[in-house]
Design a protein around this ligand. Structure first.
Ligand code: 13P
Length: 245
């Protein structure tokens, strides 16, 4: 399966940050994996213009489930499609924690993303308490069950396993722990989507760096990465991309 490496810039980046995309464009023709950069809403259009014709595609970090209406401050999937986004990250643990986004809300947003002919990157992951209670796989599969809409296929859906305790902490699960959860996710996807579930890309996210990426990518059912901090600098992000190739 072709790997997909996505950078989640979170609430970072002004117009000057587009220089990082300029640098990444240098990888065009040199790598076979898919590369996605998800800047804040304000940069999506400019980033898409900058990346046009290169190996890089652009995504956003959230959207509303409705197409339009009285939703002050929100942005629809259709609006994102119009300005050049091709992917939307949904259900990130930072949004689940800060805005109380439940699985059903994430599923509604994912259906809207699919309707706008974009691809969703649906995030799931356990907290440290849940892991210590031995419930990591159970929690992740329950989140997944509730967060995947009926419109999901292997071409419009990617799953990102991001243990909450590994995000921005420098702590990474052991390769065996990653393998266990990715294999549970794969099994659940096959139950839900049949053979097509075997083709959905499952990304790992949480403190991925150039130096640990190769080991993580060697784990079975790891089909790419969702990278936060290390995606902000093109030199570091390129190291992760090259490790995937
Ligand atoms: P870090 O790579 O900074 O740990 O963040 C991971 C993440 O949240 C990506 O969505």
């Amino acid at each position: 399966m072709r790997k997909l490496i996505a950078g989640n810039w979170k609430m970072n980046g002004l117009a000057s940050s587009l220089a990082e995309i300029e640098v990444l464009k240098g990888l065009t023709g040199k790598v076979t994996c898919d590369i996605v950069v998800c800047p804040p809403f304000t940069l999506v259009e400019k980033a898409a213009e900058c990346a046009a014709g290169s190996a890089i595609t652009v995504g956003a970090q959230d959207c509303h489930a409705q197409t339009m209406g009285a939703y002050t401050g929100d942005v629809s999937a259709e609006m994102l499609a119009e300005i050049g986004a091709r992917f939307v990250i949904l259900g990130h643990s930072e949004r689940r924690a800060a805005y109380g986004e439940m699985d059903g809300v994430v599923a509604g947003k994912a259906a809207a993303v699919h309707k706008a002919r974009l691809a969703s990157i649906i995030c799931v992951g356990e907290t440290l308490t849940e892991r210590n209670e031995g419930r990591a796989a159970e929690v992740v599969c329950a989140q997944l069950e509730g967060s995947i809409p009926d419109t999901a296929t292997s071409s419009n859906t990617m799953i990102a396993y991001e243990p909450v305790w590994a995000i921005g902490t420098g702590q990474v699960p052991s390769l065996a722990q990653i393998e266990e959860i990715h294999s549970s996710i794969r099994q659940m996807l096959k139950e839900r989507l049949g053979d097509d579930g075997g083709r959905v890309r499952i990304l790992y996210g949480g403190s991925v760096k150039a130096q640990n990426a190769k080991a993580i990518f060697s784990v079975s059912n790891v089909d790419g990465a969702l990278v936060g901090g290390a995606s902000l600098k093109a030199s570091e992000f390129a190291g992760i991309i090259l490790a995937a190739d």
